[in-house]
Unconditional design. Structure first.
Length: 117
């Protein structure tokens, strides 16, 4: 993945940059509203205010960080329904079609489907 400098000309009041632990780090531009879904990111962003926010995310690869960002970007305007616990039915019957497709495609990409049923 080719790294580009995302910071110049970026409006940090609306966006922040999340930086993976890859070497070299991979940077992702994400809406602040979406990042605020994560308690960890919310705390970091609130500490920084609207200052330039480049946030290193230790122990998270670029591939994993991309998936987390995709999930946050989708759900910050499409809030997922709470899941009642303990589960009383198959998870596929509870989550949205988007979540089911997203999660199962990612889980099954490198693994055996029977492992995740």
């Amino acid at each position: 993945m080719e790294e580009e400098d995302l910071a110049p000309n970026m409006d940090f009041s609306d966006y922040c940059i999340l930086q993976s632990n890859d070497q070299p780090p991979v940077e992702f531009k994400v809406r602040r509203e979406a990042a605020m879904m994560s308690v960890l990111l919310r705390d970091m962003l609130e500490d920084q205010g609207e200052a330039e926010a480049i946030i290193p995310i230790p122990n998270v690869s670029g591939r994993t960080l991309r998936l987390v960002i995709d999930y946050m970007e989708h759900h910050y305007n499409n809030q997922a329904d709470p899941i009642e616990k303990p589960l009383k039915t198959d998870i596929k019957n509870i989550i949205s079609q988007w979540d089911c497709k997203f999660l199962y495609e990612q889980l099954l990409k490198d693994h055996d489907e029977k492992q995740h049923e």
